[in-house]
Design a protein around this ligand. Structure first.
Ligand code: F6P
Length: 543
């Protein structure tokens, strides 16, 4: 199917005209017109319920957005992903995170080879290892049981594991300590290890490439710390280090026995890897059975994404709504606001997933885009954010579409807390949609001069996602929902959501600057005058 450039697609043109009609309409009006709106503009899948009625859309908008998805070849692109086509064209790679959670009997071919058996073989190895560590059968070099696990990784080799550990803490083995070191700022490592006994500590070095500067620097310091604490016998490394990587050669060069390496494949992108062996720390924390539940949740959402009609398809609807605000309302950001303290790292996780995927300025064929691509994703858990940045969402001059996330049941109920929490999420979406008119403010007896300050314009769009309770399975569904939401956006924008060339330049420049900072004699500097002067100043200040 020939895909026209985005702005030439008939649905895009129709949406441009349609937007002019909708932009002036208030949600108050849309709700008043249709008393069933709050029930109609909803969809559910795999136990996740989405209320998108408080968006600035009509049935016509959804029809046109769905048409846009069709004209963008979304269906074919979904199939291309699920069948292992090399849709990451700039790296000539398949994009198969969906294979990581495919059931045992499934068949997904990459270059003619079914990858599912390998996926399950690694999962089985991980489970065996996790059981040994959790039960105390795996001993450290001095014969002590492993009590502490430190994942060393960055980006996709850190954000998913940290997020999942925090999200699933309720299910974790509480007599073990889990920490995550990512930053090359030495403080990250120092703080993570300062109260730990090396004899009881296991490091998981997680790096797809096993070349990432931060991770290799931290792994080196971890090895030094361990050997210093255990009398310098290099044999200790085998009992205290395992690796998760696609690069066996580099793992072995580092000194980790490849028997203690858990592999994955180049068709798993870093930011899509928390359900691969990169999730080893998650499995150690919550156990193999819970990890399998997590994978099952992912898979349920995968099936929904692949098969449900677009107008009932949660990730497709959410992706299309993001495109709607990003490209037609010129919204710059999307806020993700989980009303669930365990999801406190979810927005940080989503930042990489969304922005490394869709922060692109050219289409698949290299043409510069003439429309906005990936919005900025950000957020914090509620209700904390309400006492911080919500002011701007309610009364600022920018339009910030928000995803509110809540669960019907608290994992550890405590008095009235959960009802109060949920009352707040409902109150926020209500306030954002309907606001408060000058007449309402006046009727409350507000002095005239204060009326403008106390008016809430409303008409601020929100999605509400509701699920029963936060389980490993639900977490899998939620993450897959956002993965496929990102996929949908990328398909509309016709960009490669799976490469990340934008991170390379800074990495290369840092490699050139490191020796200039470390050299004993003044280096010959060939940067711009600002960078040269800053290097000189830093060298002088640190002396
Ligand atoms: O810097 C970007 C990046 O390549 C991410 O895409 C990736 O998740 C991260 O670095 C870590 O890479 P690795 O797992 O190879 O250490």
């Amino acid at each position: 199917m020939k895909i026209l450039p985005l702005t030439q697609r008939p649905a895009w043109k129709a949406l441009t005209v349609h937007h002019k009609k909708i932009a002036g309409k208030h949600l108050r009006e849309l709700f008043a017109k249709d008393p069933k709106r709050g029930e109609k503009f909803t969809a559910s899948a795999a136990g996740l319920f989405l209320d998108y009625s408080k968006n600035r859309v009509t049935a016509e908008t959804i029809k046109l957005l769905v048409k846009l998805a069709e004209e963008s070849g979304l269906k074919a692109r979904i199939e291309a992903m699920f069948t292992g086509e090399k849709i990451n064209i700039t790296e000539n790679r398949a994009v198969l995170h969906v294979a990581l959670r495919a059931p045992k009997g499934a068949k997904i071919l990459v270059d003619g080879k079914n990858v599912v058996p390998e996926v399950h073989a690694v999962l089985d190895e991980m489970a065996k290892f996790a059981d040994r560590v959790r039960s105390g059968a795996w001993k450290g070099h001095t014969g002590k049981r492993i009590k502490n696990v430190i994942n060393i990784g960055i980006g996709g080799s850190d954000l998913g594991p940290v997020m999942a550990y925090e999200a699933l803490k309720h299910y974790s083995q509480r007599d073990m300590t889990f920490r995550f070191v990512s930053n090359v700022d030495g403080i990250d490592f120092v703080e993570a290890t300062q109260d730990l006994n090396p004899a009881e500590t296991l490091f998981i070095v997680s790096s797809k490439t096993f070349t990432t500067l931060e991770t290799m620097t931290n792994a080196g310091s971890a090895r030094d710390w361990l050997l210093a604490g255990l009398g310098g016998n290099k044999k200790a490394v085998a009992k205290h280090f395992v690796a998760v990587s696609t690069n066996a050669e580099k793992v072995s060069a580092f000194g980790i026995d490849t028997a203690n390496m858990f592999g994955f494949w180049d068709w798993v992108g870093g930011r899509y890897s928390m359900d691969s062996a990169i999730g080893l720390s998650t499995m150690l924390a919550v156990g193999p059975e819970n990890f399998r539940q997590l994978l099952d949740g992912f898979h349920q959402m995968d099936k929904h994404f692949r098969t449900a009609p677009f107008e009932k398809n949660l990730p497709v609807l959410m992706g299309l709504l993001s495109v709607w605000y990003n490209d037609f309302f010129d919204a710059q950001t999307v806020a993700v606001l989980p009303y669930e303290q365990y999801l406190k790292r979810f927005p940080a996780y989503l930042q990489q997933l969304t922005m490394e995927s869709n922060g692109k300025h050219v289409t698949l064929d290299g043409t510069k885009v003439n429309y906005n691509t990936g919005p900025i994703y950000w957020g914090e858990p509620g209700t904390n954010g309400q006492h911080s940045f919500y002011q701007l969402i309610h009364q600022g001059t920018r339009l910030i579409p928000c995803d509110f996330i809540a669960f019907a049941k608290a994992l550890t109920p405590l008095g009235r807390h959960h009802d109060i929490l949920i009352a707040n999420i409902l109150a926020q979406t209500e306030a954002l949609a309907f606001g408060k008119t000058p007449a309402q403010v006046k009727a409350e007896g507000t002095p005239a001069r204060l009326v403008p300050h106390r008016v809430f314009e409303g008409n601020r769009p929100t999605n509400t996602l509701l699920a029963d309770k936060l389980t490993p399975e639900t977490l899998g569904k939620l993450v897959a929902l956002y993965e496929h939401n990102v996929f949908t956006q990328g398909a509309i924008w016709h960009i490669d959501s799976f490469d990340q060339w934008g991170v390379e330049l800074g990495k290369a420049l840092a490699q050139a600057i490191i020796p200039e900072l470390e050299s004993k004699t003044p280096p010959k500097l060939k940067h711009d005058s600002s960078t040269n002067a800053l290097i000189k100043r830093y060298r002088k200040m640190k002396a």
